[in-house]
Design a protein around this ligand. Structure first.
Ligand SMILES: Cc1cc2nc3c(=O)[nH]c(=O)nc-3n(C[C@H](O)[C@H](O)[C@H](O)COP(=O)(O)O)c2cc1C
Length: 381
């Protein structure tokens, strides 16, 4: 097996291990994938300022977020259906995050339910909430997240309706309902025997998380995807954010902010954080990259709430770039999904150690010893 030295190596390995419909689901973006590509290209253009001879023998990557110490300013962001990438995958990713000393965020549309993940957790994790038409479902999830001791709620607001991902149509994940679609996916799974045994056979892939009780006996992947597509609520407004703020007393983070005015509005409603995000280029194609949007948003709300960012982050150096642009903490998306798909929790753990090492190099060679030193001064220009 190829040895992975980077998230990009894990992407290659995931492509070889996952059935096509799952790899394309993770790897793809919406429409022509312009924004998805921009996320990576713009971030990589950011030049760090090399400084030397500054005694970097005592580098500390730790940060405190919402009163909790993290080993580094990274969290595993929400990835829907991540549990299909490896057997009971969200549990494996949670364990990897715990051993790296960083938060794990469970998606509303996970393959493992909140309860299953909570039972496996030894430290509190974050929960990501989508606003669904079925408000009873939303209230029940909020109550469960509270009961299970989730330490932050990440409320995703950039999905009033789903953008179109062409690759899902081409692979048979979307647009081919019924037996024909199932047969295409089955055929793809048969070409990936390791995955077919690990997840398809042993992983109970038909018990799909928090949504399963609503689907009853119709709990196949098609039913799940159809439920998701028709249940995102296009009527969502700032009033819903006010409602969520009232219902959730813990730290509340609004995910999917790409505009300074929206960031200020979230702060005014009492959000504790925002995630500057375009959903990894999976929603409105053509919007700016997060690297482009982040500095102005950070200037507008700095000091009023915690600033998280994601989009195109594939190494510890990218994490450093996001921090210099104004983020307090960076969410990983595809990076951890690739590793999970390539080699389960052990691969996620290894990939996080690669991020840690590169982030340490970034601090050392920009001449700072604390994460707070990574600010605009650590950039060229
Ligand atoms: C396969 C996949 C599933 C995702 N599912 C969710 C989700 O359920 N909830 C959510 O808020 N964001 C979701 N996202 C968006 C990520 O949380 C994150 O914003 C994005 O992946 C960051 O971009 P990157 O993957 O380029 O790092 C998903 C992203 C991917 C790639």
């Amino acid at each position: 097996m190829k040895i992975a030295a980077s998230a990009s190596d894990y992407r290659d390995l995931a492509q070889r291990r996952l059935p096509r419909f799952l790899f394309e689901y993770v790897d793809g973006g919406s429409y022509d994938e312009v924004t998805m590509r921009r996320n990576r290209a713009d971030l990589r253009r950011i030049a760090l300022r090399q400084r030397v001879l500054r005694d970097v023998s005592d580098v500390d990557l730790g940060v405190e977020i919402f009163g909790r110490r993290q080993a580094m300013p990274i969290a595993l962001g929400p990835i829907g259906l991540a549990g299909l990438l490896a057997r009971r995958g969200e549990r494996q990713a949670l364990a990897a995050a715990e051993s790296a000393g960083i938060p794990f965020c469970l998606s509303t549309v996970s393959a493992c339910s909140l309860g299953e993940v909570a039972n496996a957790a030894s430290t509190p994790f974050w929960f990501q909430l989508y606003m669904m038409r079925d408000r009873g479902f939303v209230d029940a999830l909020l109550a469960e997240a509270r009961e299970r001791g989730c330490s932050a709620l990440v409320f995703t607001v950039d999905m009033p309706l789903p953008g179109s991902r062409y690759r899902d149509y081409r692979s048979g994940l979307a647009g081919t309902p019924g037996l024909r679609g199932a047969a295409r996916r089955f055929g793809q799974a048969m070409l990936r025997p390791d995955w077919a045994i690990d997840v398809g056979l042993m992983g109970r892939p038909h018990s799909l998380g928090n949504v399963a009780p609503l689907l009853g006996r119709k709990s196949g992947l098609d039913d799940f995807m159809a439920w998701m597509r028709s249940n995102f609520d296009p009527g969502i407004t700032w009033r819903d954010l006010e409602y969520i703020r009232g219902a959730w007393t813990g730290p509340l983070v609004v995910k999917g902010i790409l505009d300074a005015e929206d960031a200020l509005a979230a702060a005014a409603i009492g959000a504790d954080g925002i995630v500057v995000s375009n959903h990894g280029g999976r929603q409105l194609d053509g919007v700016p990259s997060t690297a482009e949007a982040l500095p102005a948003i950070a200037r507008a709300v700095e000091g009023r709430l915690r600033i998280f960012a994601d989009g195109g982050v594939r190494s510890g150096l990218d994490v450093a770039r996001m921090l210099c642009l104004g983020a307090d903490c960076v969410l990983l998306g595809r990076a951890w999904a690739y590793a999970l798909g390539a080699g389960g929790g052990a691969a996620v753990r290894h990939m996080l150690s690669l991020f840690e090492a590169a982030l340490r190099v970034a601090l050392s060679l920009t001449g700072v010893t604390r994460i707070s030193g990574l600010d605009h001064d650590a950039l060229v220009g």
